[in-house]
Design a protein around this ligand. Structure first.
Ligand code: AMP
Length: 193
């Protein structure tokens, strides 16, 4: 693998599917910069920026921050990258068809294309129990039961249509997200080989 080549991967899946953990491992293994829109937003919230103040209530309710804000954040991250080539792993973006279209345009503009969209599949009962566990462990303010339910609903309504979107374009790679972190990571590596 020549590191001068562009590679753009995205990790999709419902809240609690393990995207963050797998994204970090995958980024390290393939020498990609992990771009997590959730992490970027949480960073804005903790720094108390204007964007963070606008986003906080939306995030706490489990709703989606506007496409305009999100796409603007991703654009700056791509503009500020260190290398000539685009080597990124997108975690939690895109989440709406509008964001997916915007991503296509951004990648074209930056001279890259999407390599693959990896979907982590986990059933809903397991997701809820994992998220409640995370609430205990990490104390994230959007990991309470009511917000979790809403985030599932938002995922189904707004993000699930992207599965078809990437399937139709021949980019979707589905992976069983149940099992140990190592097992799931091995499956991801397999579908990308
Ligand atoms: P995450 O860490 O990816 O679960 O994101 C946490 C929260 O940040 C979500 O519930 C949304 O409120 C917001 N968020 C993160 N990424 C996006 C995105 N691509 N589009 C809209 N809202 C987002």
């Amino acid at each position: 693998m020549a590191l001068t080549d562009s590679e753009v991967l995205l990790l999709m899946g419902p809240p609690g599917a393990g995207k963050g953990t797998q994204a970090s491992k995958l980024a390290r293994a393939r020498v990609l910069t992990k771009l997590s829109t959730g992490d970027m937003l949480r960073d804005h919230v903790s720094r108390g920026t204007a964007l963070g103040q606008e986003a906080k209530a939306i995030m706490d309710a489990g709703n989606l921050v506007s496409d305009e804000i999100i796409v603007g954040m991703v654009r700056s991250a791509l503009e500020n990258r260190e290398n000539e080539s685009v080597r990124v792993l997108l975690d939690g973006f895109p989440r709406t068809p509008g964001q997916a279209d915007a991503l296509n345009d951004l990648l074209t503009e930056f001279g890259a294309g999407l390599s693959a969209a990896v979907l982590l599949e986990v059933n809903e009962d397991e997701l809820v129990s994992r998220l409640l566990q995370r609430a205990n462990d990490q104390g994230r303010s959007d990991d309470n039961e009511e917000t979790i339910r809403n985030r599932m609903k938002v995922y189904k309504n707004q993000t699930q249509p992207l599965i078809d979107y990437y399937q139709t374009r021949g980019k979707l790679r589905s992976v069983d997200g149940l099992g140990s972190v190592e097992d799931v990571f091995a499956r991801i590596t397999e579908v990308l080989s």
